[in-house]
Design a protein around this ligand. Structure first.
Ligand code: ATP
Ligand code: MN
Ligand code: MN
Length: 318
């Protein structure tokens, strides 16, 4: 018999959701496949596994080798859930990385490397995946900036869409290409790929600058301060998603909310047709992927843009 290690190695690099004919037994064993994860929707643990296997070719590449927090609901989303960023005993198929905490101490973070590792985390109750904006090998260097648009309770969806376009346009004038996704919650994320180079302090300063100028230009639409009270009727630009150790939900991650909504990358030109941030769910996303001819974020990995160029442009010689 092969050891689990042999099986893992033989499967390494596979990002396909399809089970391979051989070797057999490489997949993590799913216990309690009939346990209800979304009790109100009748969605079982096996359905969650099947979903993640179906979206694996799209989900995995952008989060592989990034420290990734998981939100675990061992007894379903109606019961206790918790955010977890460190490895725990029993995990055999995920990567581990010793990283410095804010406190200065070292801790062992987990990161997905391949499909089996991802599914192993689901076996351990993971429902949501939240990667860092940097890779394990270079945790101090940012390669993704996220502008997290958080609408106040009484903000209509059309305003959230318009706000995302304003963020896109402001960043576009700085020469930055942006990508948009639903969160599966209330808002949208505007994502900026960066050629690795800037440290997190620089990136956060940049994100804060953009958020504050948007709030100054459009004071009725945006706020850039976290205070709940001033968010009333407006959209909070949560730039704090951009820092060492901060996370944002992964594209194609399920959300632990009624209806099993999913965070979905969009083309900018389809945003206007969307009804809400929860427009896609565990059932519709695999259908959308089967239908779609091109990745809505096609080209994101080829984008070369950095904050030095932005700074030069702002200084007037870009
Ligand atoms: P929504 O559209 O409903 O705002 P969201 O995913 O953007 O959905 P936020 O509350 O705005 O939710 O949080 C943004 C991101 O910040 C999350 O995706 C998550 O990665 C991270 N985050 C939120 N809460 C926590 C927490 N308690 N601990 C660690 N990270 C968190
Ligand atoms: Mn948000
Ligand atoms: Mn937020």
């Amino acid at each position: 018999d092969k050891s689990p290690d042999d099986l893992r190695d033989s499967d390494r690099g596979s990002t396909r959701g399809v089970r391979k004919a051989a070797p057999k037994g490489g997949d993590p064993v799913i216990t309690h496949p009939d346990r209800l994860v979304y009790p109100d929707d009748g969605i079982r643990k096996q359905d969650v596994v099947d979903y993640y296997r179906a979206v694996m070719p799209w989900l995995l590449p952008p989060i592989a080798d990034r420290p990734t927090s998981i939100i675990r609901f061992p007894d379903g989303i109606a019961k206790h859930g918790f955010f977890q960023k460190h490895v725990m005993p029993g995990l055999e198929r995920v990567g581990t990385a010793k990283l410095k905490e804010d406190s200065g101490a070292q801790a062992v973070y987990l990161y997905p490397r391949d499909a089996d590792g991802l599914i192993e985390l689901v076996q351990f109750g993971a429902v949501e995946f939240h990667p860092w904006g940097s890779h394990v090998a270079t945790p101090d260097v940012a390669d993704r900036v996220v502008f997290d648009l958080d609408p106040g309770d009484d903000v209509a969806w059309a305003r959230v869409v318009a706000a995302a376009r304003l963020v896109r346009d402001v960043l576009g004038r700085l020469g930055l290409q942006t990508f948009v996704r639903t969160t599966g919650g209330k808002g949208l994320h505007v994502v900026v790929p960066l050629t690795p180079g800037a440290d997190w302090a620089t990136v956060k300063r940049f994100a804060r600058g953009v958020a504050e100028s948007l709030a100054a230009m459009h004071p009725l639409e945006f706020v850039a301060t976290a205070t709940k009270r001033v968010r009333q009727g407006r959209i909070y630009i949560d730039y704090l998603r951009n820092g060492r150790g901060a996370t944002a939900v992964a594209s194609y991650s399920l959300r632990a909310r009624p209806g099993a909504p999913v965070s979905v990358p969009l083309r900018w030109d389809e945003l206007g047709r969307l009804a809400s941030a929860t427009a896609f769910d565990i059932r519709s996303v695999p259908r959308r992927l089967a239908r779609q001819k091109r990745d809505p974020w096609e080209g994101i990995d080829a984008v070369r843009q950095d904050l030095d160029t932005v700074a030069r442009r702002l200084a007037g010689d870009g």
